[in-house]
Design a protein around this ligand. Structure first.
Ligand code: IMP
Ligand code: MG
Length: 175
């Protein structure tokens, strides 16, 4: 990838896969026998979701997606969350695992968690590939965190800058 815009590799594909296996196992054990719905937030969470679900051992697991918008094409949050595509599935009585690429300000996920909690889910949990605690504007703690990253603009493994670099098989940052 263009050496002038994307920095060096921060987290490798192998590290991500290994962490997904640990988290998948944890989720399998915690929610054994429960009905689960894994909710990917498009588009950033797609690569990470694929890794995590392969490691969840549960016969009653569904996958669904939501599209929310909180960012324009800049690198700063607008602070406004809009639901562009809602769930197709009913979540009543289910364990809902929201899968996201990164928790930065926390605005998107705190909104989504409240929104989905209001629909009689048995529990709503958050599984994020990355956590950027220094970016927090509202209080929010993810339940499952792949990796904690410093306060830089991250790209790769689903995370984009202006819709680019999502396909990188590793986590890097913008220079
Ligand atoms: P939050 O609402 O500020 O927590 O951010 C949520 C969304 O902002 C994430 O789902 C990402 O799409 C985007 N975002 C936040 N930080 C980064 C970053 O470092 N790189 C790419 N996207 C980011
Ligand atoms: Mg996103």
């Amino acid at each position: 990838m263009s050496k002038s815009t994307v920095g060096e590799v921060m987290i490798t594909e192998e590290q991500i896969r290994a962490r997904a296996a640990e988290i998948g196992k944890e989720i399998s054990e915690e929610f054994a026998g429960e009905e689960m719905l894994v909710v990917g937030i498009l588009k950033g969470a797609v690569l990470w979701l694929a890794d995590v679900v392969k490691n969840i051992d549960n016969e009653n697991l569904g996958i669904d997606f939501m599209v929310v918008s909180s960012y324009g094409s800049s690198t700063k949050s607008s602070g406004v969350v809009k639901i562009v595509k809602d769930l197709d599935s009913d979540i009543a009585g289910k364990i809902v695992i929201i899968v996201e690429d990164i928790v930065d300000s926390g605005i998107t996920l705190s909104y989504l968690k409240r929104y989905l909690s209001g629909r009689n889910a048995k529990a709503v949990k958050i599984c994020t590939l990355l956590d950027k605690p220094e970016g927090r504007k509202v209080e929010l703690e993810a339940d499952y965190i792949g990796f904690t990253v410093p306060d830089r603009f991250i790209v790769g493994y689903g995370l984009d800058f202006d819709q680019k670099y999502r396909q990188l098989p590793y986590i890097s940052f913008l220079k």
